[in-house]
Design a protein around this ligand. Structure first.
Ligand code: PMP
Ligand code: GLU
Length: 389
């Protein structure tokens, strides 16, 4: 009965583990969860108030498929203000989360057998969405010795006549790695003269630490601007995961036209109230609140990195961005799935095994939770690791 395509699709491991942890908690078990890629902060008031105003003023109808004009303008202004990128409103589509932006894009760009280059560790969703679109994920491996970033040489040797797309995620989920301007320039050099499209997922743009600087991939050069589709959203920076708001931008208005056709036949416009709510998330209104959250994340990160690096057998690279630590467990285990399962059953601590991100020998630990829970969680992980020896 089921299509071959749907039968090869795996569930999102991050969501599966987060759900399992919630179920165990609901059964009364003592569970500490570090699996969710979700801020523990509440959505800022300005955003909630914009949604309430929209509701009260009857903004409850269908809108244009890519979003209302004020919203598209707000996205364009944000990309200009933060990233110095000039997109007109007709170069933008808003989506039900950035996950949906990526899904639409892959459906519109990929033919059966096209290759999509994905650096590992990658966000769990990338290869699954690529396969579902008929494409073939081509994985480039990285590890902590090169700060989890691909080199121009690696990119060059992954490119074949079938390469259609390169996916970049900066700052990265799960490693927090950020590509510097120079590193992006070097990758851009390799792409010159090809017709490879870059999908740049910049979801964690605002969560950057220790003086590291975020560079938008499309801002590298005119060549990169033309070939890059910028994907971003408000789930992480504005603590809006449940609202479902993301967007994509490309100077290729033909691509936007087909994406609008696809969205018109699938989900139509995104939730009208979420559109109104997103505007103060884009126009600078919540900048100070975002900065407060960033500072809190940074303090937790610094403490967590120190605590992990004090555990004999574990090590972690101090991440430049996002809100995850990608902890190296290679001295203790070469089976991150078994390690994570045993950690959950023995110590009640939920983390996501590295294998789900395409990198065995690690687990992902989200520090988007309060510091007491982080301290207690790492203490339990230390006890667990001690028992593994
Ligand atoms: N990209 C990355 C790298 C992510 O971690 C996430 C996590 N949710 C998303 C995109 C999608 O976010 P959303 O669909 O909530 O906008
Ligand atoms: N992106 C988040 C994560 O990596 C949320 C869960 C998901 O959408 O997969 O945990």
């Amino acid at each position: 009965m089921l299509s071959k395509r749907i039968q090869t699709l795996s569930s999102s491991l991050t969501i599966a583990i987060t759900t399992l942890a919630q179920e165990l908690k609901a059964e009364g078990k003592d569970i500490l969860s570090f699996s969710a890629g979700e801020p523990d902060f509440d959505t800022p008031d300005a955003i909630k108030n914009a949604a309430k105003d929209a509701l009260d003023s009857g903004k409850t109808k269908y809108t244009a498929v890519p979003g209302v004009p004020e919203l598209l303008q707000a996205v364009a202004n944000k990309l200009k203000r933060d990233n110095n990128l000039e997109y007109a409103p007709n170069m933008i589509q808003t989506n039900n989360g950035a996950k949906h932006s990526l899904f639409n894009l892959l459906q519109a760009l990929i033919d059966e057998g096209d290759e999509v280059i994905i650096p590992a560790p990658y966000w769990v969703t990338y290869p699954e969405q690529v396969k579902y679109s008929g494409g073939i994920p081509v994985i480039i491996e990285t590890d902590d010795s090169n700060e989890f970033k691909i080199t121009p040489e690696q990119l060059e040797s992954a490119i074949t006549p079938k390469t259609k797309v390169l996916m970049i995620n900066t700052p990265s989920n799960p490693t927090g790695a950020i590509y510097s301007r120079a590193e992006l320039e070097a990758l851009a050099e390799v792409l010159k003269g090809t017709d490879i499209v870059v999908i740049s997922d910049e979801m964690y743009e605002k969560l950057v630490y220790g003086g590291a600087e975020f560079t938008a991939t499309a801002s590298i050069s005119e060549d990169m601007f033309q070939r890059t589709v910028t994907v971003n959203g408000l789930s992480k920076a504005a603590a809006m995961t449940g609202w479902r708001f993301g967007y994509l931008a490309t100077p290729n208005t033909e691509l936007i036209a087909v994406l609008n056709k696809l969205q018109s036949q699938s989900t139509s416009n995104i939730n009208t109230l979420a559109q109104a709510a997103a505007i103060p998330g884009l126009d600078g209104t919540i900048d100070t609140v975002v900065e407060e959250m960033r500072v809190a994340f940074e303090a937790r990160k610094n403490e967590a990195v120190e605590l992990f690096n004090n555990i004999d057998g574990l090590s972690v690279v101090n991440p430049d961005g996002a809100f995850y630590l990608f902890v190296n467990i290679k001295e203790v285990s070469n089976d991150s799935m078994q390690f994570s399962k045993d950690l959950l059953s023995e110590q009640g601590v939920a983390v996501v095994p590295g294998v789900g991100f395409g990198s065995e020998g690690y687990f992902r630990f989200s520090f988007a939770t309060d510091i007491e829970t982080i301290r207690e969680g790492i203490k339990r992980i230390a006890t667990f690791v001690e028992g593994q020896k």
